[in-house]
Design a protein. Structure first.
Length: 315
């Protein structure tokens, strides 16, 4: 009996030592990621928070600070700045982009992943819809700036067919300027969203669709009762990542409006506002704007998680 116990203990020790060795290699492989995360994420984050409590800017050629001012930068932003206007602009632009983007992506994803439709050339179209995502935003913005300028092709076509008698100033009107920015972002990102949703749809068990078809369910019922509920994790991911990207919207409105945020600052986003402080070397104020943007992003992400979590529990 003693020999058996010793043998069992020996086997257990060997297994535990193997497990330790495997775990050790797992931690070793994680070290590069942790180092990159600490150096390029955590340190800049804490450094930004630290700088937000200091007065640190250039006045002409004179360097002012860094002087500790506590929460003064935050007070200045909320009392003297227009940060809430820029936050509202950012959210409006994101909603104008995301709503048509998610609708279009859901429709395309449902069509491409539906085996019964047997769409010809689906592989070609899957590739084509992703191509705009590969184009640089700056190039896209310059293209749209040329197309919709006062003397651009769009105005020329509209005047030739008699819709307008004189060039329409697309970039001088709030609605059209916001619409162009939203359209550009939608065109650049709907392909990526379609691929994600299509991957989620193709991962749904086909037996569920077959059972629904046997029960006489229509395509609309299948989509709303089976596809959408099972796509919830992917949809939450898409909403969160799109929201984070929308709050960081910068390149398209910056290039399209030459950094002015016109007309009447209606296209000025939070990141454009942050960039103005960085360009003027006001690092303390820029740090405060960054911290506020981080907090807004975290709060909105938590709200999305909370809402989707409540819906899941009710279901």
């Amino acid at each position: 009996m003693k020999n058996k116990k010793k043998g069992a203990r020996g086997v257990m020790k060997k297994k535990s030592s193997k497990a330790v060795r495997y775990n050790k290699w797992g931690y070793i492989f994680l070290i590069p990621f942790i180092l990159v995360y600490v150096v390029f994420q955590l340190i800049p984050l804490f450094n930004t928070i630290y700088n937000s409590f200091f007065e640190n800017y250039l006045s002409g050629l004179t360097q002012i600070g860094p002087n500790f001012v506590g929460l003064e930068n935050y007070k200045t932003l909320f009392t003297q700045g227009d940060i809430w206007i820029y936050a509202k602009n950012t959210m409006i632009l994101w909603i104008m982009c995301f709503v048509p983007q998610i609708i279009l992506s859901l429709l395309l994803g449902a069509w491409f992943s539906d085996v019964r439709l047997k769409l010809k050339g689906s592989r070609f179209f899957k590739t084509v819809i992703y191509l705009p995502n590969l184009i640089m935003a700056s190039a896209f913005s310059m293209l749209f700036f040329t197309l919709f300028s006062d003397g651009g092709p769009i105005n020329s076509i509209l005047m030739q067919i008699g819709i307008i008698s004189e060039p329409y100033k697309f970039l001088a009107n709030t609605g059209s300027a916001r619409g162009l920015i939203a359209l550009m972002n939608c065109l650049m990102w709907f392909g990526n969203t379609t691929i994600l949703l299509m991957a989620g749809m193709m991962g749904i068990d086909t037996s569920l669709f077959e059972a629904a078809e046997v029960d006489g369910a229509t395509s609309t019922q299948v989509f709303y009762k089976i596809t959408l509920p099972l796509l919830r994790p992917i949809l939450v991911y898409v909403v969160i990542t799109s929201l984070i990207g929308g709050l960081q919207l910068f390149d398209v409105p910056q290039i399209l409006t030459n950094g002015t945020g016109d007309p009447m600052r209606s296209t000025m986003t939070l990141i454009m506002f942050l960039n103005k402080h960085l360009y003027s070397k006001n690092y303390g104020m820029a740090g405060a704007v960054s911290v506020i943007l981080f907090i807004i992003t975290a709060i909105l992400s938590l709200i999305v998680f909370k809402v989707t979590g409540n819906d899941k529990r009710k279901a």
